[in-house]
Design a protein around this ligand. Structure first.
Ligand code: C5P
Length: 215
Protein backbone atom coordinates (compact mmCIF):
# COMPACT_ATOMS: atom_id res chain seq x y z
CA UNK A 1 0.00 0.00 0.00
CA UNK A 2 1.32 3.43 -0.92
CA UNK A 3 -0.05 6.55 0.77
CA UNK A 4 0.87 10.01 -0.60
CA UNK A 5 0.58 13.00 1.73
CA UNK A 6 1.28 16.38 0.11
CA UNK A 7 0.79 19.97 1.14
CA UNK A 8 2.41 23.33 1.84
CA UNK A 9 4.77 24.29 4.68
CA UNK A 10 3.58 23.49 8.22
CA UNK A 11 0.14 22.17 7.30
CA UNK A 12 0.64 19.13 9.54
CA UNK A 13 1.41 16.61 6.80
CA UNK A 14 4.61 15.31 8.41
CA UNK A 15 2.92 14.60 11.74
CA UNK A 16 -0.03 12.93 10.04
CA UNK A 17 2.08 10.85 7.68
CA UNK A 18 4.45 9.65 10.41
CA UNK A 19 1.56 8.72 12.68
CA UNK A 20 -0.22 6.85 9.89
CA UNK A 21 2.92 4.87 9.14
CA UNK A 22 3.31 4.02 12.85
CA UNK A 23 -0.27 2.87 13.32
CA UNK A 24 -0.38 0.81 10.12
CA UNK A 25 3.20 -0.45 10.45
CA UNK A 26 4.26 1.02 7.11
CA UNK A 27 7.61 2.55 6.16
CA UNK A 28 7.77 6.36 6.28
CA UNK A 29 9.71 8.76 4.08
CA UNK A 30 9.89 12.50 4.72
CA UNK A 31 10.87 13.59 1.20
CA UNK A 32 11.37 17.20 2.34
CA UNK A 33 14.32 15.94 4.40
CA UNK A 34 16.01 14.79 1.19
CA UNK A 35 15.82 18.27 -0.37
CA UNK A 36 16.81 19.77 2.97
CA UNK A 37 19.85 17.49 3.10
CA UNK A 38 21.00 18.67 -0.33
CA UNK A 39 20.52 22.30 0.74
CA UNK A 40 22.26 21.81 4.10
CA UNK A 41 25.28 20.25 2.39
CA UNK A 42 25.49 23.23 0.04
CA UNK A 43 25.16 25.80 2.82
CA UNK A 44 27.83 24.00 4.85
CA UNK A 45 30.15 24.17 1.83
CA UNK A 46 29.34 27.88 1.27
CA UNK A 47 27.81 27.03 -2.11
CA UNK A 48 24.99 29.14 -3.58
CA UNK A 49 21.69 27.17 -3.63
CA UNK A 50 20.91 28.88 -6.97
CA UNK A 51 23.98 27.27 -8.56
CA UNK A 52 22.35 24.50 -10.60
CA UNK A 53 25.51 22.49 -11.29
CA UNK A 54 26.57 22.53 -7.63
CA UNK A 55 23.05 21.58 -6.53
CA UNK A 56 22.92 18.67 -8.95
CA UNK A 57 26.34 17.45 -7.77
CA UNK A 58 25.17 17.66 -4.14
CA UNK A 59 22.00 15.70 -4.98
CA UNK A 60 23.92 13.01 -6.89
CA UNK A 61 26.42 12.70 -4.04
CA UNK A 62 23.79 12.43 -1.30
CA UNK A 63 24.46 9.64 1.20
CA UNK A 64 22.04 8.12 3.76
CA UNK A 65 23.91 9.74 6.67
CA UNK A 66 23.23 13.19 5.16
CA UNK A 67 19.58 12.67 6.12
CA UNK A 68 20.60 12.55 9.79
CA UNK A 69 22.20 16.01 9.92
CA UNK A 70 20.93 17.90 12.93
CA UNK A 71 20.58 21.22 11.07
CA UNK A 72 17.91 19.96 8.63
CA UNK A 73 14.92 21.57 10.39
CA UNK A 74 16.40 25.07 10.45
CA UNK A 75 14.40 27.78 8.66
CA UNK A 76 17.40 28.81 6.53
CA UNK A 77 17.77 25.22 5.35
CA UNK A 78 14.05 25.07 4.46
CA UNK A 79 14.33 28.21 2.35
CA UNK A 80 17.47 26.93 0.61
CA UNK A 81 15.75 23.56 0.04
CA UNK A 82 12.95 25.36 -1.75
CA UNK A 83 15.49 27.02 -4.10
CA UNK A 84 17.43 23.81 -4.67
CA UNK A 85 14.26 21.80 -5.31
CA UNK A 86 13.10 24.10 -8.11
CA UNK A 87 15.97 22.84 -10.27
CA UNK A 88 14.87 20.02 -12.59
CA UNK A 89 18.26 18.23 -12.47
CA UNK A 90 18.06 18.03 -8.68
CA UNK A 91 14.54 16.59 -8.78
CA UNK A 92 15.58 14.09 -11.44
CA UNK A 93 18.56 12.98 -9.34
CA UNK A 94 16.33 12.29 -6.32
CA UNK A 95 13.33 10.70 -8.03
CA UNK A 96 14.55 7.12 -8.35
CA UNK A 97 15.38 6.87 -4.63
CA UNK A 98 11.88 8.02 -3.65
CA UNK A 99 10.12 5.69 -6.10
CA UNK A 100 12.26 2.79 -5.04
CA UNK A 101 11.44 3.44 -1.38
CA UNK A 102 7.71 3.38 -2.20
CA UNK A 103 7.87 0.24 -4.31
CA UNK A 104 10.28 -1.70 -2.11
CA UNK A 105 9.77 -0.32 1.41
CA UNK A 106 12.70 -1.04 3.75
CA UNK A 107 12.40 -3.47 6.64
CA UNK A 108 10.05 -5.76 4.73
CA UNK A 109 7.10 -3.43 5.43
CA UNK A 110 3.90 -4.00 3.48
CA UNK A 111 3.79 -0.45 2.19
CA UNK A 112 4.95 3.11 2.61
CA UNK A 113 3.72 6.57 3.49
CA UNK A 114 5.58 9.42 1.76
CA UNK A 115 5.05 13.09 2.48
CA UNK A 116 6.13 16.03 0.35
CA UNK A 117 4.90 18.32 -2.41
CA UNK A 118 4.70 16.10 -5.49
CA UNK A 119 4.16 12.58 -4.16
CA UNK A 120 0.62 12.19 -5.53
CA UNK A 121 1.38 14.00 -8.80
CA UNK A 122 4.88 12.82 -9.78
CA UNK A 123 6.63 10.40 -7.41
CA UNK A 124 3.73 7.98 -6.88
CA UNK A 125 0.94 8.90 -9.28
CA UNK A 126 -0.57 5.43 -8.72
CA UNK A 127 -0.59 5.65 -4.91
CA UNK A 128 -3.51 3.83 -3.27
CA UNK A 129 -4.43 6.89 -1.21
CA UNK A 130 -3.61 10.54 -1.81
CA UNK A 131 -4.11 13.37 0.63
CA UNK A 132 -3.48 17.08 0.29
CA UNK A 133 -3.17 18.70 3.71
CA UNK A 134 -3.57 22.44 3.86
CA UNK A 135 -4.43 25.31 6.26
CA UNK A 136 -4.50 29.10 6.08
CA UNK A 137 -1.05 30.77 5.91
CA UNK A 138 -1.78 32.57 9.20
CA UNK A 139 -2.57 29.35 11.04
CA UNK A 140 0.45 27.56 9.57
CA UNK A 141 2.75 30.45 10.50
CA UNK A 142 1.38 30.40 14.04
CA UNK A 143 2.15 26.67 14.35
CA UNK A 144 5.63 26.98 12.87
CA UNK A 145 6.41 29.98 15.09
CA UNK A 146 5.46 27.99 18.23
CA UNK A 147 7.44 24.99 17.03
CA UNK A 148 10.57 27.09 16.46
CA UNK A 149 10.25 28.74 19.88
CA UNK A 150 9.74 25.35 21.53
CA UNK A 151 13.02 24.22 19.92
CA UNK A 152 14.75 27.28 21.36
CA UNK A 153 15.18 28.96 17.96
CA UNK A 154 14.66 32.67 17.68
CA UNK A 155 11.41 33.38 15.85
CA UNK A 156 9.42 36.46 14.89
CA UNK A 157 5.85 35.68 13.87
CA UNK A 158 5.66 38.23 11.02
CA UNK A 159 8.94 36.94 9.60
CA UNK A 160 7.78 33.32 9.76
CA UNK A 161 4.58 34.27 7.91
CA UNK A 162 6.53 36.11 5.23
CA UNK A 163 9.03 33.26 4.76
CA UNK A 164 6.23 30.72 4.57
CA UNK A 165 4.40 32.72 1.89
CA UNK A 166 7.63 33.09 -0.09
CA UNK A 167 8.34 29.38 0.11
CA UNK A 168 4.75 28.45 -0.87
CA UNK A 169 4.92 30.83 -3.82
CA UNK A 170 8.24 29.41 -5.02
CA UNK A 171 7.11 25.80 -4.54
CA UNK A 172 3.83 26.47 -6.39
CA UNK A 173 5.28 28.47 -9.28
CA UNK A 174 8.17 26.22 -10.31
CA UNK A 175 7.87 24.56 -13.68
CA UNK A 176 8.77 21.03 -12.57
CA UNK A 177 6.60 19.17 -10.05
CA UNK A 178 4.97 22.25 -8.52
CA UNK A 179 3.12 22.06 -5.23
CA UNK A 180 -0.47 21.15 -6.06
CA UNK A 181 -3.09 18.62 -5.14
CA UNK A 182 -3.35 15.60 -7.45
CA UNK A 183 -6.74 15.47 -9.19
CA UNK A 184 -7.64 12.35 -7.25
CA UNK A 185 -6.34 13.58 -3.88
CA UNK A 186 -8.60 14.20 -0.91
CA UNK A 187 -7.98 17.68 0.48
CA UNK A 188 -8.07 18.21 4.21
CA UNK A 189 -8.06 21.78 5.53
CA UNK A 190 -6.63 21.76 9.05
CA UNK A 191 -7.11 25.50 9.72
CA UNK A 192 -9.76 24.83 12.35
CA UNK A 193 -9.08 21.17 12.90
CA UNK A 194 -6.88 19.68 15.61
CA UNK A 195 -4.25 17.15 14.61
CA UNK A 196 -6.15 14.29 16.30
CA UNK A 197 -9.33 14.98 14.35
CA UNK A 198 -7.34 15.26 11.10
CA UNK A 199 -5.61 11.97 11.84
CA UNK A 200 -8.89 10.21 12.61
CA UNK A 201 -10.31 11.44 9.28
CA UNK A 202 -7.34 10.09 7.33
CA UNK A 203 -7.18 6.80 9.16
CA UNK A 204 -10.90 6.20 8.56
CA UNK A 205 -10.28 6.53 4.82
CA UNK A 206 -7.12 4.44 4.64
CA UNK A 207 -8.13 1.70 7.07
CA UNK A 208 -11.89 1.80 7.60
CA UNK A 209 -12.86 0.14 10.87
CA UNK A 210 -14.70 -3.16 10.45
CA UNK A 211 -18.28 -3.04 11.65
CA UNK A 212 -18.41 -4.27 15.24
CA UNK A 213 -19.51 -7.87 15.49
CA UNK A 214 -17.81 -8.80 12.18
CA UNK A 215 -15.71 -11.91 12.51
O1 C5P B 1 8.49 19.63 3.70
P1 C5P B 1 9.71 20.49 3.96
O2 C5P B 1 9.37 21.84 4.48
O3 C5P B 1 10.71 19.78 4.80
O4 C5P B 1 10.38 20.67 2.52
C1 C5P B 1 11.45 21.56 2.29
C2 C5P B 1 11.40 22.02 0.84
O5 C5P B 1 11.73 20.91 0.00
C3 C5P B 1 10.04 22.52 0.37
O6 C5P B 1 9.83 23.89 0.57
C4 C5P B 1 10.05 22.17 -1.12
O7 C5P B 1 10.63 23.21 -1.87
C5 C5P B 1 10.98 20.99 -1.21
N1 C5P B 1 10.26 19.73 -1.43
C6 C5P B 1 9.89 19.43 -2.72
N2 C5P B 1 9.30 18.24 -3.01
C7 C5P B 1 9.03 17.38 -2.04
C8 C5P B 1 9.35 17.68 -0.70
C9 C5P B 1 9.96 18.89 -0.42
O8 C5P B 1 10.12 20.23 -3.63
N3 C5P B 1 8.46 16.20 -2.37
Amino acid sequence: MIVAVDGPVAAGKGTLARRLADVLDLAYLDTGAIYRAVAAKMLAADADPNDGAAAEAAALGLRPEDLNRDDLRREAVGQAASIVSSQPAVRAALLAFQRDFAQRPPGGKAGAVLDGRDIGTVVCPHADHKFFITASPERRAERRHKELRARGEESIHARVLQDLKERDARDSARSVAPLRAAEDAITLDTTDMGIDAAFAAILALVAPAEPSGAS
